[in-house]
Design a protein around this ligand. Sequence first.
Ligand code: FES
Length: 123
Amino acid sequence: MLLYRGELEQWRRRDDLELHMTADAANGDWKGRIGVVPDVVGDVAPAADGAYAVVCGPPAMTRYTLPVLERLSFPPERVVLSLEMKMKCGIGMCGRCNIGSSYVCREGPVFTLAELRRLPPEY
Ligand code: FES
């Protein structure tokens, strides 16, 4: 099921951005690309100069997309990740979201890659 169809169609019609969509696996409705996000990012190869990369999705997608962004010369300060998958209580009480001494629910859930590299590699 594809959410935000109206918004995606508005983005597709804009002249100031490119919309690239993919699905890991397709059902009968999907007519677009089939493949994983790291492959799409590598194929599209967006220019890193002055750009930000925003990565939001499951941990495996994030793990394999980061090296692609690095090859494309995105600096860690301009790679922004969402780590919402690490949260349980969301209010700093359960201690389930920590990466080292940082609590994702209180200090995130959005971090730059530069910030994460200062923490233990537990994300
Ligand atoms: S989610 Fe419980 S402490 Fe962060």
